[in-house]
Design a protein around this ligand. Sequence first.
Ligand code: GLA
Length: 378
Amino acid sequence: MELKEKISNIFTERLGGEGTFYASAGRINLIGEHTDYNGGFVFPGAIDKVIMAEIRANGSDKVRVFSVDINDYAEFGLNEADAPEQSWARYIFGVCREIIKRGGKVGGFDAVFAGNVPLGAGLSSSAALESCFAFAMNDMFNGNTIEKFELARIGQSTEHNYCGVNCGIMDQFASVFGKQGNLMRLDCRSGEFEYFPFNPQGYTLVLVDSVVKHELADSPYNKRRQSCERVARRLGVETLRDATMEMLEAAKGDITAEDYFRAKYVIEEKQRVLDVCDALNAGDYETVGRCMYETHRGLSKDYEVSCEELDYLNDLAKECGVTGSRIMGGGFGGCTINLVKNELLEKFTSEARARFNEKYGHEPKIYEVIISDGARRL
Ligand code: GLA
């Protein structure tokens, strides 16, 4: 059944009548990983997988939400002390609180939501959820007076203050600003960005989802960020955006080997995003692909956010002659993004399925990337 129809049926059944539909998208990122919180560049786009919600103001000061996919219901007030227990509901509560903290309005509402963004795949289902509700609250209670970039920041602050992830701005930015057929190059320091029509002739972007998620207890994402901030402080710069390899080499004796390699990756990745933009402008997909492999190497060996299954998928892509491949998103599981010549597509995907299954006992999920629109009212 279509997502919209499914939500609508449940809304009518549980609440009666109807509300307004909103949706926001998951995202891919061509290149520029772990650069956002370092003031660098990212190159994401929204995809055709969304979180969708039907919402209706209820005139009270209570929020009542039903998650179709988790089959769970939450009810909460809008004061700081009213935070719900369920982690999925905290994304919505956080968005409401962040709007209120900024002087915006949020009233009580009833909502039913569901999605088709694969969870744990590194496609930012959480940013899609935040952006969907941030967009809806802006439309329903604030006459769309909150700027779009602020909606992305509201989602980001939700992660920081209500979900314990010190993330950058990329995912929420992509989810809010996504535009069909376009990637976006965002300068995370200035907030300036440009749309980049993406239609590589003769190539397809595919995601190979390992369907593994290594939940690591000690919040490794936040630790990576702390490493970067430590090195930036040591180098006397605001973020690693302003650091060079020369500066890093000069400070090598004063920082740990681990911090050195984390910062080295970030400094190199910053340049790769710009190189990829030039290569795309020149239609030079071989260079785009080479940079993707370099990113994977850096994420795996220097930044250490890969895992065995993703390294295996990356090696497999290389062996099959895939033009570019790398782990995508925060890491520790999830998927690889692959730039594949069309004539190789069938061979690569069937080999990936068969060989991964043989080694790890389950098939990866494979998705063709369709660059689509971000947050919207339907
Ligand atoms: C996660 C975060 C983003 C970004 C990526 C890595 O998706 O939410 O802000 O840091 O990891 O590039």
